[in-house]
Design a protein around this ligand. Structure first.
Ligand SMILES: [Zn+2]
Length: 97
């Protein structure tokens, strides 16, 4: 079923809006990472090397995985890069090797 011009326009606007939101979130995460302090609990931050640009609070995760088990867990995490781009790059790397 062919889309009308109005539907095409709406879809394009949606995509642009979604891209803008992602970029805004990444910009905010970059600013937080620069401070090195979790915006939710004030702990430090660490980079999760599983994905490029993935940052998490030092207190992220279950007992034994956090930096300090005596403090409560914190769920803050953020991305400074586009996850989709990162995953595509990873797949390309695997194909070459
Ligand atoms: Zn935190």
């Amino acid at each position: 079923m062919a889309m009308t011009l109005t539907e095409k326009r709406a879809r394009r606007t949606e995509r642009a809006e979604s891209k803008r939101r992602i970029e805004q979130a990444q910009k905010e995460t970059r600013a937080i990472v620069t401070t090195g302090i979790c915006p939710e609990c004030g702990s430090g931050l660490q980079q999760n090397l599983a994905l490029t640009g993935w940052w998490q609070c030092d207190q992220y995760g279950a007992d034994g995985f956090r930096k300090d088990d005596s403090k409560p867990a914190c769920g803050w995490q953020g991305f400074t890069k586009d996850r989709r781009t990162t995953m595509r790059t990873t797949r390309e790397t695997q194909c070459r090797s």
